[in-house]
Design a protein around this ligand. Structure first.
Ligand SMILES: [Zn+2]
Ligand SMILES: [Zn+2]
Length: 256
């Protein structure tokens, strides 16, 4: 399994892109930094796009991916929970903000949106996909992705503290998890349901306790302007837990 980090942040500039991952060139997860990172040819190679939740920084590229598909006379496959479908249909692809590509053209809609349910394994583009609910301000699922050769990664999407239930359902060889802000924003993290290094710590300890191991951990969704601070705190945490915890960056390639 080859995982490309296309976007690793919660904000965008020339250097920072919104969270998007691409697995083996064919499976995309979250759509904040897909179109801005990929050529048209590369976009056409994507067989499925999984969305974790409806927040703008995770769905932004869906309408323009659809337009690209239309112009290339093809269609796209998007998978997520009902809440994400509803948000896209109501606010984004509603025939006002943009064309409703989930229904048009009537005979063959550009976006084939499949609603998936948490805790049920789906076969998507040759991968076994398990959506698992996490603790965020809107309905959100993380995805455990198992490749045909048995490699397993779990990406949480945006989440606050309280992942113990989620850990029951997954057994990844690599954990990709959000860490949005440094420790001094712990209160903000608890309230708005994001993680800081200090909030990540008990989550990793609970994983280790439950599972008896801790996989390598990669963080995404960092606030670019606080990244140095987050990095220093993550380095201390990694030392303390004797764990591998790395901040993701745009262009990072991970081989599992
Ligand atoms: Zn969010
Ligand atoms: Zn986000």
């Amino acid at each position: 399994m080859n995982i490309q980090v296309l976007g690793a942040h919660n904000c965008e500039s020339q250097k920072a892109k919104l969270v998007s991952l691409l697995i083996d060139d064919v499976l995309a997860i979250d759509a904040g930094g897909l179109t801005s990172s990929l050529s048209f040819e590369a976009q056409q190679k994507i067989k499925a796009t999984l969305l974790t939740h409806q927040h703008y920084d995770h769905i932004r590229d869906v309408p323009i991916m659809a337009m690209n598909a239309l112009l290339h006379e093809t269609t796209i496959n998007v998978y997520s929970i009902q809440a994400v479908y509803d948000a896209l249909a109501t606010h984004f692809l509603n025939g006002e903000t943009y064309a409703n590509f989930m229904e048009k053209p009537q005979e063959n809609p550009i976006i084939k949106f499949t609603v998936i349910k948490p805790n049920k394994v789906e076969q998507i583009a040759g991968y076994s996909i398990l959506a698992v609910s996490v603790n965020h301000s809107v309905p959100t699922v993380g995805y455990q992705i198992t490749s045909p050769d048995g490699k397993i990664v779990f990406y949480t999407g945006d989440t606050g503290p309280g992942l113990a239930d989620c850990w029951q359902s997954v057994s990844p060889q690599l954990l990709i998890i959000e860490v949005t802000a440094p420790d001094r924003y712990e209160e903000f993290g608890r309230k708005l349901l994001h993680l800081t290094p200090s909030l990540l710590k008990p989550e990793l300890i609970s994983f280790q306790k439950l599972k008896g191991y801790l996989p390598p951990v990669i963080t995404v969704h960092m606030n670019p302007s606080q990244e140095e601070e987050i990095g220093a705190e993550i380095a201390l945490l990694a030392q303390e837990l004797n764990a591998s915890i790395t901040l993701a960056y745009e262009g990072m390639q991970i081989h599992l």
